[in-house]
Each structure stands twice: as C-alpha cells, then as structure tokens.
Design a binder for this molecule. Structure first.
Ligand SMILES: C[S@@+](CC[C@H](N)C(=O)[O-])C[C@H]1O[C@@H](n2cnc3c(N)ncnc32)[C@H](O)[C@@H]1O
Length: 249
C-alpha cells in the first residue's frame, strides 16, 4: 500500500513514522509513505498557501489552488487513489473504516490547518474523516492515527497475523483482560483458568470476558456484534445480575 500525506508540516511525521511497527512496515515494503509539502504546490514565488476568509472573521483559510494542484499531482501518478480530508466535520473514524482503507492500494490524507480549508475542496475529494468530537490545531495527528490504524492491519505488519484479528472492535466486541508475569502482584492474582493450559476453557473464558467487558463499558456495540446462541445466553445471565449497564456510561 502507498499513502501520501499532504501537509504544511512534513517534519511533524519524521519521528512517529520512524518508530516501532510503522518503521518496520516501511522497511519491509509493506507500506510506503510520502509526506508532501503543501507549499511545493503553491502557485506564487512566496509559496503562499493560506489567506484571510471572505466575509471577515478570525484566522486563515488554506487556499484552494495549491490543494487541488497537489491532488491532481497525486491522481496523475496513482489514478486509483482515495482522497480523504481530515476534518472535525467528517465521519467519525472507526476500526471498520480502518479495515476498509487497509484494502486500498493508494490513499491520500489531506491535513487542514488554521481555520480549515476553502469549502470548494469538497468537489475534489472522496471523503472527510474526523478523529472525534474535538478540535485539533491541524489534521496531522488524525492523519497519523489513520496511518497507524491502517498499517497495523496490512498483512505482515504485526508479525503475528492473529494479533490484529483479536483486537477490540473486531466483531464489535471489546477485548477482554490480559495478564503477564508475575502470577501475583500486590495480592492481585491472575485468573486461574489462564494458568490451566486447557485451551478450550481459556478460549471460552476469553469470549465471555469480551462479552462482559463490552456489556459493562460499551453496550452500544453489542447491537452490531455477531453473537452466537451461547453468547446470548451468557449475556442474559449478565443482564439478570446487572439490570442497568448504563449507570456508569
Ligand atoms: C482548527 S481546525 C479547523 C476547525 C474548523 N474551523 C471548524 O470549526 O470546523 C484545523 C484543521 O485541523 C484538522 N482537525 C481538527 N480537528 C480535527 C478532528 N477532530 N478530526 C480530524 N481533523 C481535525 C482539520 O484538518 C482542520 O481543517
């Protein structure tokens, strides 16, 4: 997969993209990532990329021409590219969207800044994605979050293929609790079943803990979860014991 990131601050990405799994995925050729400087697509010799908003008001707005020039430059080289603007007004980013994006060959992530981008950019992009209901100074952190979430889903990126398959939000369930050595810490012990060596029992316990955790913390997810009759029976026992899961929501 190839990802282009269009930004006013390409240096922002140097550290995070040079660490851990993102670094390894690039070294192994699983993903290639280019950070494109928006200024390189400015038309004038001062490389101006922003201007004051029409109608007045605070801040600066990213100009349409350099943005569209950059999109054209990428589309010429990668005709199949999906062009995404990071925006607090876009669709909320989810694990499902990460899975969808991980199936693409090419992705262009556009980072807004200042007060945002000229509204006419909507005619030149494919989608807008938001990281959440809060305002960041720029699209760089959301772009990085998307690159990270997508890259770890690419075949070979995690080394252990099963690792991503068991993550929270896969099948709309949260992952249950995990433990490592020591067996006892400050009087707190590891559930006995995990030390039993009985793989069937462990798998059943893990499934039930995932259901319990989702029931307790994100009952909204259960509506879209793929549940077996055994899962439903287990949830019924939880419902009987805790009639109001929403009280801590
Ligand atoms: C300060 S924000 C602009 C906010 C805009 N004035 C508004 O009220 O909708 C600047 C840029 O940061 C990025 N950004 C900020 N918050 C974001 C979020 N929650 N998700 C995705 N991108 C975000 C977008 O690219 C945006 O154009």
């Amino acid at each position: 997969m190839h990802i282009d990131i269009l930004t006013l601050f390409p240096e922002f990405f140097v550290g995070p993209l040079g660490q851990s799994i993102l670094k390894r995925a690039q070294t192994q050729g699983i993903v290639t990532i280019d950070c494109l400087n928006l200024r390189d697509f400015a038309l004038d010799r001062h490389r101006v990329t922003d201007d004051r908003p029409f109608g007045g008001g605070p801040g600066m707005v990213l100009k349409i021409e350099p943005l569209v020039r950059a999109i054209g430059w990428v589309r010429e080289r990668r005709p199949q590219v999906r062009v995404i603007l990071l925006s607090p007004q876009g669709r909320l980013f989810t694990q499902g969207m990460a899975q969808e994006l991980a199936r693409l060959e090419n992705l262009l992530l556009i980072c807004g800044h200042y007060e945002g981008v000229d509204e006419r950019l909507q005619y030149f992009i494919d989608a807008e994605i938001s990281l959440g209901d809060f305002i960041l100074t720029g699209g760089e952190i959301p772009a990085l979050a998307i690159v990270d979430a997508v890259t770890r889903l690419l075949p070979g990126a995690l080394g252990d293929e099963n690792s991503a398959a068991e993550d929270s939000f896969k099948d709309n369930l949260l992952k249950g609790p995990q433990y490592t050595r020591p067996r006892e810490f400050a009087g707190y012990t590891v559930p006995e079943v995990l030390l039993s060596g009985d793989h069937q029992r462990i798998a059943r316990w893990r499934r039930q803990e995932a259901l319990r955790r989702t029931w307790e913390r994100r009952p909204d997810l259960l509506v879209r979860a793929n549940l077996t009759p055994e899962d439903l029976a287990f949830l019924a026992t939880l419902a009987a014991a805790t009639p109001d899961p929403g009280e801590f929501a």
